[in-house]
Write a protein that binds this ligand. Structure first.
Ligand SMILES: Cc1ncc(COP(=O)(O)O)c(C=O)c1O
Length: 366
C-alpha cells in the first residue's frame, strides 16, 4: 500500500527519546520542551512558542487567550478540518463560515466582509493543504474592523507568503504535529505569538490556570493542555529535518505536475495551485477532477484503492455537516469538496512511486 502520509522518523528521534526516558523527565517538564518551543518559534520568525498536547487544543487555547466567549462570532473558512471550527463552540462562541477562493482553495478574502457583524471578534484563517492565505488582504480587513487573527498553520509548516513564513502574520498561530503532519511529535501542537502577554496567558491556561508565583493558586479556570518532554524530544529532532522535508514535498509536487500535465492541458483535472506570492509546502499534494473527466473523484479513489494506493477526499465543508448546518450555499467550497482528492504525499515517496500513481490516473481519467 502506498500511504497518503506517513511519518519519517530516524535515529535522531530515537536518540532524543531514549535520553528523555533515561533522564526520567517524561511528563511536561524537561529540556526538550523549552528547546522545541524556542527553536520552532525561531524557525517561523516568531518570538514565543507555547507547546500543547495537540493542534485542536492549541486553537482552543488561542481563542481563550484572545478572550473569545459567549455571543462572540468567529469567521473561518468552511473548507477545513473540523478541529478549526470546533474550537469556536468550545468557547461558547459561534462559527461563521466563508467560501473558498476558487484559485488557491483557502478562505476568500473578498467574501469575509459580508460575514462581519457587530459580534465578530476574530478571523481564523487556514493555510489549507500547505498553501498560504492572502495575508495582506486579510490583515487589512482585520485592522480596519479591529478583529483578532488566528492562523491555523496545522497543514503548512514552513509555507511562505511573500517571502515570510506563515505563523508570523496574525495575533496567534496554531500548529499541529499529528503523525501525518510535515513534522510530527505523534500527537502535539504549538501556539506562536509575538505578544508576550498572550504567550503568558496561554501558558497560564495550559497549566490549570495556576499562578507562576503561588502553587495551587488558580487564577482562572484553565486546562491541562501540556505537551510531554517525550513528544518534544521527537519534535526537536524533526525540526532539524523540516527544510529537507519541505524540499522533498516540493520535489514530489513537481513530479506530480509533470506526470499529470497532459490531463490538465485537456482540462480533465486541475493541479495543486501555487500563487505567485506563495511558497506552498504541499502537505497533501491535491488535484481536482473536473467535470470533463471520464470518471468522478469517488470512482478514482476507489480504483486507486484497488491498486493499493491510499488517497483522501477533500474535507466536507463545515456548513454541510449536520453539527454546523447553516442552510446556506457556499458554492466554491462545495465544488472543491466534491472534486478534490489528496494524493500520496509522504516524504518517503520516490519518483517511481509517483510515476506508478500517475500512470493509473492518466489511464482512467483521460
Ligand atoms: C487545519 C487543521 N487544524 C487543526 C487540526 C488539528 O490538529 P490535531 O489533530 O493535532 O488536534 C488539523 C489536523 O489534524 C488540521 O488539519
Amino acid at each position: 500500500m502506498i500511504p497518503v502520509a506517513e511519518p519519517c522518523l530516524g535515529e535522531e528521534e530515537l536518540k532524543n527519546v531514549v535520553e528523555a526516558v533515561k533522564s526520567g523527565w517524561i511528563s511536561s517538564k524537561g529540556k526538550y520542551i523549552e528547546e522545541f518551543e524556542r527553536e520552532f518559534a525561531k524557525y517561523c520568525g516568531v518570538k514565543y512558542g507555547v507547546a500543547t498536547a495537540n493542534g485542536t487544543v492549541a486553537l482552543h487555547l488561542a481563542l481563550k487567550a484572545l478572550g473569545i466567549g459567549k455571543n462572540d462570532e468567529v469567521i473561518l473558512p468552511t473548507l477545513t478540518f473540523v478541529a478549526t471550527a470546533n474550537a469556536v463552540p468550545y468557547c461558547n462562541a459561534k462559527p461563521v463560515f466563508v467560501d473558498s477562493h476558487p484559485e488557491y482553495w483557502c478562505i476568500d478574502p473578498e467574501k469575509i466582509e459580508e460575514k462581519i457583524s457587530k459580534n465578530t471578534k476574530a478571523i481564523i484563517v487556514v493555510h489549507l493543504y500547505g498553501h498560504p492565505c492572502d495575508m495582506d488582504w486579510i490583515m487589512d480587513i482585520a485592522e480596519d474592523k479591529r478583529l483578532c487573527v488566528i492562523e491555523d498553520c496545522a497543514e503548512a509548516h514552513g509555507a511562505e507568503y511573500k517571502g515570510k513564513k506563515v505563523g508570523d502574520f496574525g495575533d496567534i498561530a496554531c500548529f499541529s504535529f499529528y503523525g501525518n503532519k510535515i513534522i510530527t511529535t505523534g500527537e502535539g501542537g504549538m501556539c506562536l505569538t509575538n505578544n508576550e502577554e498572550l504567550a503568558e496567558k496561554m501558558k497560564l491556561l495550559r497549566d490549570h490556570g495556576m499562578s507562576k508565583h503561588r502553587r495551587y493558586w488558580h487564577e482562572v479556570i484553565g486546562f491541562n493542555y501540556r505537551m510531554t518532554n517525550l513528544q518534544a524530544a521527537i519534535g526537536v529532532a524533526q525540526l532539524k529535518k523540516l527544510d529537507k522535508f519541505i524540499e522533498k514535498k516540493r520535489q514530489i509536487a513537481k513530479w506530480y505536475a509533470e506526470e499529470l500535465k497532459e490531463l490538465e492541458d485537456k482540462e480533465s483535472i486541475k493541479l495543486h495551485p501555487e500563487m505567485n506570492w506563495a511558497k506552498c509546502v504541499y502537505w497533501m499534494y491535491s488535484i481536482l477532477i473536473e467535470n470533463k473527466a471520464k470518471i468522478s473523484r469517488d470512482e478514482l479513489i476507489k480504483i486507486l484503492e484497488e491498486g493499493r494506493i491510499e488517497t483522501r477526499p477533500f474535507f466536507v465543508p463545515m456548513h454541510l455537516l449536520p453539527i454546523y448546518d447553516t442552510r446556506e450555499g457556499l458554492p466554491i467550497a462545495e465544488e472543491l469538496a466534491k472534486n478534490g482528492v489528496n494524493l500520496p504525499s509522504s516524504v518517503n515517496l520516490n519518483f517511481e512511486d509517483v510515476r506508478i500513481i500517475c500512470s493509473i490516473i492518466n489511464d482512467i481519467v483521460r
